[in-house]
Write a protein that binds this ligand. Structure first.
Ligand SMILES: [Zn+2]
Length: 416
């Protein structure tokens, strides 16, 4: 009887120890909730899915949306020489970033007009053309005009039985982001990680960059593509990261002093579904950095705070790459002093001095909405900027400026 009781006590003790470790042993740091002057309800809302199909007009004209990143909601013939493509968003309300991407072809080679019709929005992106979905060039300006008081667009295209790709921006899918990241991870200082899943179970990927021991290295975080059509910001992010990985003295010293966490694609569902702005939860992810109601933001935010906590790292800078009508930086207003203040002023001045005939457009504004920039400041007292690239900024300039921006950042931070 005594033995029996003792064994039970021993089992109880072991159970308590097990429960303690299961509860506290691997627990993540709890994410802080933040309040903003203009809170945003980021609870999931329904989205409409495209009818993925091949359209056929009288066995003469064809179009399809059967590839990742596509967006085509209707295809019809208006008259002998004009076809109409209809483009709709994933849900509404939504901002004016009408992404389109489709393939078009015909039985007989011919020149045809194609009207881009936006029932709920206004044309924004100059069409890019490709014959293989990989190599793109903007449409010739003489073959493109705005119509219907600039609401819609009319393209003059030469089509044949070879499929012609027409898209708002170069198509960069979640597969491309993964392939690029894995290729980057061939570098010895880069670790490729899958940190979680999106709402529709696509991988959320990360690159963890440093040389030596990660402990006690201050951290720079790079985010990209919360908004699906913002490909130019994504291209800038790629060139920025590639510059950090060159094997020159500056870069090597930087990687042994700092840790860089890169999240190349925050919205893989939105990108592959050809969304204008939102994730599969129908929400603008860059309004969810307070309550983390969307899986993608929650996963990335949790990953950043856990890594910082585990390795006793201090996050000092968060850079979020986006696209808008022109190149600019959304920065903090002057009353906000991050832990590396006034880094931003020196950094932007450095980029300005390094590039001839280019004056950076710094647009400071106070924290009003729950965007990533505010989260870095509130969570870590980190400096943060939204690095915005124009929709039509020349691609070689995007690369040049991103490389300069990376070098100027390293030069400043290496001296801390
Ligand atoms: Zn954006």
């Amino acid at each position: 009887m005594v033995k029996f009781v003792n064994r039970n006590r021993k089992n109880l003790l072991l159970s308590c120890i097990l429960i303690f470790f299961l509860t506290y042993g691997c627990t993540s740091v709890k994410l802080n909730i933040f309040e903003y002057p203009k809170p945003v309800d980021t609870s999931s809302r329904s989205i409409s899915y495209q009818d993925k199909k091949e359209y056929n007009i009288n066995n003469a004209f064809y179009a399809d949306n059967q590839f990742d990143g596509a967006r085509l909601n209707g295809f019809e013939q208006l008259n002998d020489s004009t076809l109409q493509v209809t483009i709709l968003p994933e849900n509404e309300p939504i901002n004016q970033s009408p992404h389109y991407a489709f393939r078009i072809w015909s039985k007989q080679p011919q020149v045809i007009y194609v009207k881009l019709n936006y029932p709920t929005s206004t044309h924004r992106y100059i069409p890019k053309l490709s014959t293989d979905g990989q190599h793109w060039k903007p449409i010739d300006s003489t073959a493109y005009q705005l119509i219907d008081s600039t609401k819609n667009a009319l393209l003059k295209l030469t089509i044949s039985n070879n499929k012609l790709w027409v898209a708002a921006q170069e198509i960069k899918t979640s597969t491309e982001a993964t392939n690029w990241s894995k290729q980057i991870a061939n570098h010895k200082d880069v670790r490729f990680k899958t940190i979680g899943k999106s709402k529709l179970k696509r991988d959320i990927i990360a690159l963890d960059i440093y040389e030596g021991d990660p402990k006690n290295k201050d951290v720079i975080v790079v985010l990209s593509r919360q908004h699906p059509p913002e490909v130019t910001g994504y291209l800038a992010m790629q060139s920025f990261v590639e510059e950090l990985l060159k094997d020159h003295r500056l870069q090597k010293d930087f990687r042994s002093k700092y840790r860089i966490l890169v999240f190349p694609l925050l919205n893989p569902d939105g990108v592959d579904l050809g969304h204008w702005r939102h994730n599969a939860g129908g929400i603008d992810l860059n309004r969810d950095w307070a309550y983390y109601r969307q899986e993608e933001v929650k996963t990335v935010a949790q990953s950043i705070v856990d890594i910082a906590n585990e390795s006793k790292n201090k996050v000092i800078l968060g850079l979020d790459f986006h696209s808008t009508q022109q190149d600019l930086y959304y920065s903090f207003s002057d009353d906000m002093h991050s832990s590396i203040y006034p880094f931003k002023d020196y950094w932007i001045k450095g980029i300005d001095d390094a590039i001839l005939n280019y004056t950076p457009d710094d647009q400071p504004f106070p924290l009003s909405q729950p965007i990533s920039k505010g989260w870095f400041y509130k969570q870590f007292n980190a400096e943060s900027l939204t690095y915005e690239i124009g929709d039509e900024t020349p691609r070689d300039f995007i690369k040049l400026k991103a490389e300069v921006a990376a070098r100027e950042m390293m030069k400043l931070l290496i001296l801390r």
